[in-house]
Every structure is written in C-alpha cells, then in structure tokens.
Design a protein around this ligand. Structure first.
Ligand SMILES: Nc1nc2c(ncn2[C@@H]2O[C@H](COP(=O)(O)OP(=O)(O)O)[C@@H](O)[C@H]2O)c(=O)[nH]1
Ligand SMILES: [Mg+2]
Length: 303
C-alpha cells in the first residue's frame, strides 16, 4: 500500500467515532445534487457537531449556497473537500528531518498524552533507522519516569533519567550533552504537566531552553504542544495561551480515536496558527500519524 493509502487508513481508524456519531448521517446529504433549506440546515448542524468550528462552517455553507444559486446540480462532497483542504493546507508542518542533533521538547497540560506521544515518536524515528535518546524530563512523579522507560524499552531506545524530584533543566542538559558527544540525531524530552498558567510554562521552558543552549545553541529545534482531541474546542482558550508562548513550533493532536469531534483540527489550526505535526489515533506504538491534509480530509469524508 502506498504511503498516502496507509495514512488514509490510519486517519479513517482515528475518525471512527466522528464518523459513527456525526458523519454517517451526513453521507445521505452529501450524495444529494440539490439541497433545500431544511437539508442545508441539517448539514450545517452536523458540521458543527463534528466541531469544524463556526467560522469554517460559515464559509462552507456560503459556498454551497452560492453554487446552488447557480441552478445547476452541485456536488456537496467535492465542495466540502476543496474547502477543507484549502483550510488545512495553509500551514503545513516542517518534516522531521535529522540534521545534526535535533532536540524536541514535548509540552502540554497533564494527561493530554505527552509521554505516550514521545514513546510513539521515538519508535517512529527509530523505525527510520535514526538513533534516539529519550530524556525523562517529567521528574515530578515517579510513575512518569517508569512509564517513559517502558515506552523507551518498547521502542528500543536509551533513556536518560535522574531521581524523582530532580531538576528537568539539568537532565535536559545531560541529554543534550550525551547526544552531541555521540552524534545522536534525536533527543526527545518529556516534561511535567503541571503547567497551569502561561507564566509557569514560560518559566519552565525558559529554564530548560537555557540549559540546552549551553550545549546546542539552536536547541530546542522543535517544541511540540500536545493537545487532547476529546476536549474539542473547549480546550482552545487554554491552548491559545500556551501556543502564544515563545517557541512552540508544532501541535500534536492526541486521542482523535476517542473523540467524535474529529473536525476540531480545523478550528485548532486556524485559531492557533500553528501546524499540526502528528495526530494520535490510539494507545499503541504505531498509533501516531504524521498529519497530512489530503489523507485526513479523505478519511473524514469517506462516508
Ligand atoms: N485512545 C488514545 N489514548 C491516548 C492517546 N494518546 C495518549 N493516550 C492515553 O492518554 C492517557 C494519558 O497519556 P500520557 O501520555 O500519560 O499523558 P501525559 O500526562 O501528557 O504524559 C494514557 O492513558 C494514554 O494511553 C491516543 O492517541 N489515543
Ligand atoms: Mg507524562
């Protein structure tokens, strides 16, 4: 199967709940060639339920209405596909390419899936035959370090850790030093989720950043803000505050598989003005998908 076919299937799997609850009823409407006002209203409701966001849904509905006024038959699915692709292609993520030692920091509030994503990302990079060093920067809970070690073991990559309660900036420094000495292309740093305010996040990140930069002046190369898709648009205000903090380069949207609000990628990308690098579609090691607008939209509209 081609790469895009593989991604399509992974997105389809990740969008299963969204499909069952929201998109399946939409299939009938998308197959129509003329829609009356009641049917347009029904379609609008379903699009909003999928959490595509008011702004995108307004644009979509306006375009459908314009095409309908033309009098000829229309293809609602094609219109939706084109508009969604336009929205989701505005801000593509830079590929994860090894280039010297690349330091990647994962941040976000407790429970969103940082450690899990880090484990999957380690396996993803390792599968490309690129060496990875994992840094247990969440020193707040002993269980967090154990959890990370388990993931690293699964991925077959080494971990650097210190004792619980240790300084995340110090362990990050050790990780960067070791990777630089050995020429390891990837350093993935886990962080604690007790980032309740923007100031707190800034402080913790600044401290880690300063200590990394003593070793590698350009580090961290990527700062991934991890967001939970099951929160839908409700989490966006807090995410916006985080996303505005200096240095966040990419978003990761986890738990798409557990959410009926799969359309939330649209308002997230639009509001945060940041690319989505990866999407989490399950708890397994292979359940991390590099975001691809086309595979995503086709997965969404395959109803
Ligand atoms: N279904 C599903 N569960 C996920 C996904 N990513 C993370 N989780 C689960 O979310 C929970 C919290 O994840 P964890 O990585 O510990 O979050 P952290 O506190 O941000 O490090 C765990 O039970 C994970 O298995 C995902 O993409 N899909
Ligand atoms: Mg964690």
């Amino acid at each position: 199967m081609g790469l895009l076919g593989g991604l399509f299937n992974q997105f389809k799997k990740g969008l299963k709940r969204t499909q069952e609850l929201v998109l399946a009823p939409m299939g009938r409407l998308l197959g129509l060639r003329r829609l009356d006002e009641a049917q347009l209203g029904e379609l609008e409701d379903l699009l909003l339920q999928a959490d595509l966001g008011v702004k995108a849904v307004d644009v979509l509905m306006a375009r459908l209405r314009t095409e309908l006024k033309g009098g000829a038959d229309i293809d609602p699915k094609r219109v939706l596909r084109e508009e969604l692709l336009r929205l989701l292609r505005q801000n593509p993520a830079q590929p994860f390419r090894a280039d010297g030692t690349q330091v990647v920091l994962l941040v976000g509030v407790n429970g969103v899936g940082k450690t899990t994503t880090l484990g999957k990302l380690a396996a993803y990079l390792k599968a490309r035959d690129e060496a990875v060093l994992v840094v247990a920067g969440d020193t707040f809970r002993a269980a967090a370090i154990d959890q990370l070690e388990l993931w690293a073991e699964r991925a077959g990559v080494p971990v650097i850790r210190n004792q619980m309660g240790g300084d995340p900036a110090a362990i990050a420094f050790d990780g960067a030093t070791s990777a630089k000495a050995k020429g390891t292309p990837w350093v993935l740093i886990d962080t604690a989720g007790r980032l309740h305010t923007k100031d707190h996040l800034m402080k913790e990140l600044d401290k880690i950043r300063r200590s990394l930069q003593k070793v590698i002046p350009e580090a961290p190369h990527r700062v991934l803000l991890v967001l939970d898709a099951t929160t839908g648009q409700n989490g966006l205000v807090q995410a916006e505050a985080f996303a505005r903090t200096a240095g966040i380069t990419d978003l990761v949207l986890t738990k798409l598989d557990g959410s009926a609000k799969g359309g939330v990628v649209v308002p997230i990308m639009e509001r945060l003005k940041l690319p989505i690098a990866f999407v989490g579609v399950g708890e397994g090691v292979d359940d991390l998908v590099p975001f691809d607008a086309e595979a995503f939209v086709d997965g969404l509209l395959d109803v």
